[in-house]
Design a protein. Sequence first.
Lengths: 533, 379
Amino acid sequence: MSSIPHDLVAGGHPHGHDDHAHHPTGIMRWITTTNHKDIGTLYLWFSLTMFFVGGVMALTIRAELFQPGLQIVHPEFFNSMTTLHGLIMIFGALMPGAVGFANWLIPMQIGAPDMAFARMNNWSFWLLPPAAIMLLLSLFVPGGAASGGWTMYPPLTVQSGMGMDLTIFAVHIMGASSIMGSINIITTILNLRAPGMTLMKLPLFCWTWLITAYLLIAVMPVLAGAVTMLLTDRHFGTSFFNAAGGGDPVLFQHVFWFFGHPEVYIIILPAFGIISEIIPVFSRKPLFGYASMVYAVAAIAILSFLVWAHHMFTTGLPAASILFYMYATMLIAVPTGVKVFNWLATMWKGSISLEAPMLFALGFLFLFTTGGFTGLILAIQPIDIQFQDTYYVVAHFHYVMVAGTLFAFFGGVYYWLPKWTGHMYDEKIADWHFWGSFIFFNVAFFPMHFLGLAGMPRRVPDYAQQFTDWNQVSTIGAFGFGLSQLLLLWAVLKCIRGGAPAPAKPWEGAMTLEWTLPSPPPYHSFETPPVVK
Amino acid sequence: MGKRMGLGVRRCLGFAVLLSLFASGTAFAAWEWNFQAPATPIAAEIINLHSLIFWICVVIFVGVFGTMFWSLYYHRKSSGHQAVQFHENTTVEIIWTVIPFLILLFMAYPATKTILAAHDTTSPDLTIKITGYQWKWGYDYLQDGFGYYSNLGTPLAQIEGRDKKNDNYLLEVDNPLVVPVDAKVRLLITADDVIHAWWVPAFAVKQDAIPGFVRDTWFRATKVGTYRGQCAELCGKEHGFMPIVVEVKSKEDYAKWAGEQKQKATAAADDPNKVWDVKELVAHGQQVFNANCAACHQPNGTGNAAIGAPALVGDKVVMGPRKAQIDVVLNGQNNGKMPAWRQLSDVDIASVISYTRNSWGNQAPENVVQPAEVKGERK
């Protein structure tokens, strides 16, 4: 630490970090903050805001699809909605949400005072709002927002207007933010652990984030490369993706999915971490098979680099590469299965209680596994021929992204809200939030399997009449799901404003270090590192 | 998983569906929730493969979540269950790693067989080149030397809800692809502008159409009939409006149809220097306009400001010199918002321009464009 006080000494404040809550107040507190909890809070609110923005877009899509024919929006705007919904939910809601949890929890779980690079932490967050604003402003530029899907396949995206350029820059900025966040997380976990906390004693949430951060550093530059090539193809006469100039449109898909598949695990692994924290606590038993859980996460991360072409099974790959990517994809079922079995074994012969965090963890387990099975079915290439680019795929990835990651986040929010705010949340609202989310999620997304089986393509604003009934069911479910999320907002706001005071450890089964701190924790988490036996 | 329920549940639901059908009196099937009936051996094989893997997943699912609910019920804190503090068992870990692996091997074997069978495009009876355009399909019968475009057949009025929708709403075209039954048809698939995907569910054929590259696939339809599919890769604003219809005819009917097409093709290979009559041009131009232009500019030429398609009634270019309009139609403008229509024939372009200059009250001073002029403007 000897080099850090250097500027403090120069500024005449050698006592700086001994002051507990020595920081500006009002808006400047948030703009200039270098505190991991403040930044975590910013990330989480940003994520929630983007979740509602992306949600409104989803409801626009579902409203248009309530019946056949064009009623509410034009096809071009519809395509912008599907594109922005995807980008905003992935880069605006899910990824920043996971970083929010990481900021709040990693220092407290490893016994550190803060993140390793506090100022870079501030910068990684404050890059996000401009990126989000650029994405949303693109709706109002000539030609409208990007409308080529979140996957941005050329040549379609080479045709589109300046909304696409804004999207490319937004992706660049969000990528830079993710890379800095990842460097910070890796450095924090590897260097700031309390004495005695060996790597194999790390809480699973830290482990999953450590591996996720490596994935991010590996693949975000690849995405940046892909969209940069797109940018130069659009404006500077290059032909990376243009066959007439010697390029290949499919090259983009290879590069994009080399990022895109690990990205799927970047989104799900921190959720695995949260679930691995919640299930033992509410089963009042230690996590079953800790070591194999760590190895399973690592195995999933490594395999995630070897399966990207399963997103391209209809591009006309040779049989040999189809077989390779199919086998590799199927193999992911093994470590994923290990995780599910370990969670079940953790619950087995436990002493289980069903507070909101556990409800969401069980909802996660049930629905994520469903999404895992459809993933296995999609991995079988001949079957994928029938499902590629249909609603079956839409159902599949919403089962893993929404019922998977998002449910884990909801569970995590209720689990740690008492620690974050110092108040207990309202269990009744939280339970309603769970049941509303669980039921309406299935009403919205389960019928999409049927639509895909029956042959409805995705990304269409209008459809043939035999698809009407399930689409109507799905739209009703989507609106129910959207409205249920207002309960989350209510529960969180109510908990922040008051409620029964939370003890340091409100959950009797909790074992990780953050529960040794008072609720809410002091501004600088651990001033003196705890000793881990 | 779980897109299909048990047989019993399925029958109950089927019954409910039947009831609702009678109640609503509609002719098309409602609550579609499973694969379309297969029309090729590969499609049938894929359905069997799916059933096998689906049911394996169902069994595992029931086992896993049966255990979970058992545990939730019997190991509750509220029923006074005390937690047993075990947290490791290497044997169990090895078992639940190895068994799923073996199950995967069991699934991979039939899948591999189907993949290899589906990739054999050798010795076809007929080869057809398919080209994806924004937003229609082009079919070229390479051995017989004719080809044509296949456009959406559903009128705009039905899409916008001003007219009752057909049974085959959005799944109908003006000129379907026609193939003989029991013949191995090889498809060479490419695209002109962006990536499309040619998909007919009943054949289990879905192949991306990639501009600048040709990919091949094949099918052998075993039943005479009409089969419908759609473009399956996002290709722009009309992506949802470029369906595929395949008519599988008996060998004799196919031969008759192909003969007629060849005759038509010879007749259509007109002398480009023939001077056409205005009436002929306008009549043909109306067909070309409705198939290609009306989606944006509207059948009555009033345009659609929301998507930047100007009204053609009284438009400067339409009323002005011919050359400028030929240039716009051939090469497009506004960054492709108005696409280039080079793929249309000289006769088609001359007709459609003449049509716009003589319709909806337009009376352009230069009201006739001849195919020879269009030919001259192509660069």
